[in-house]
Ligand binder design. Sequence first.
Ligand SMILES: Cc1cc2nc3c(=O)[nH]c(=O)nc-3n(C[C@H](O)[C@H](O)[C@H](O)COP(=O)(O)O)c2cc1C
Length: 180
Amino acid sequence: MNFLNLLKKRESIRKYLDKKVEREKIEACLEAARLAPSACNSQPWRFIIVDDDDLTKKVGKATYSKFIPFNRFADAVPAFAVIVAQNRNLSSKFGGMVKDIPYHFIDIGIAAEHFCLQAVEEGLGTCMMGWFNEKEIKKLLEIPQKERIALIIAMGYHENQGPREKIRKDINSIRSYNKY
Ligand SMILES: Cc1cc2nc3c(=O)[nH]c(=O)nc-3n(C[C@H](O)[C@H](O)[C@H](O)COP(=O)(O)O)c2cc1C
């Protein structure tokens, strides 16, 4: 697919069909994520795929609450990719400290987008989710308490109604050449 068209086709999907996602398709998304660049090539990520019916429901429930209900759609998500931040290598850690920029979270964002773009190629929808009960999900997936879950990606088949119009800032408000 033409790259810009692929980007336009990727959008957050919050309504999924009740259909299992084939592991081969998940593996293709993981391969795309694995190829992502990262600071000092530290690859500071681990992907936990949740595709067990009972567990996906439990993980879904841990992404919303009575007071913050906007992820309620996660009750009916066929699979999740839970991204756990991993130890950076020394140079990425040192660079991040000196520059006061958490490079590992930037790296994970790039890998997550690779994952989501490959999902489009596979005919799947995704939604990145930054809001969730981290403690509860760690318990469900036996993730050690000291680890951090950076992001969760919901994924599955969806009705293809064609992409929505993208709501984005005007190009003139986000770019300049040669000065701020
Ligand atoms: C880091 C990050 C966290 C996000 N967290 C959530 C979330 O918790 N729930 C949700 O429904 N969407 C979430 N989104 C999706 C954004 O709302 C969405 O990407 C944005 O509105 C642009 O829409 P589009 O993805 O359809 O192009 C998140 C996106 C990113 C990149």
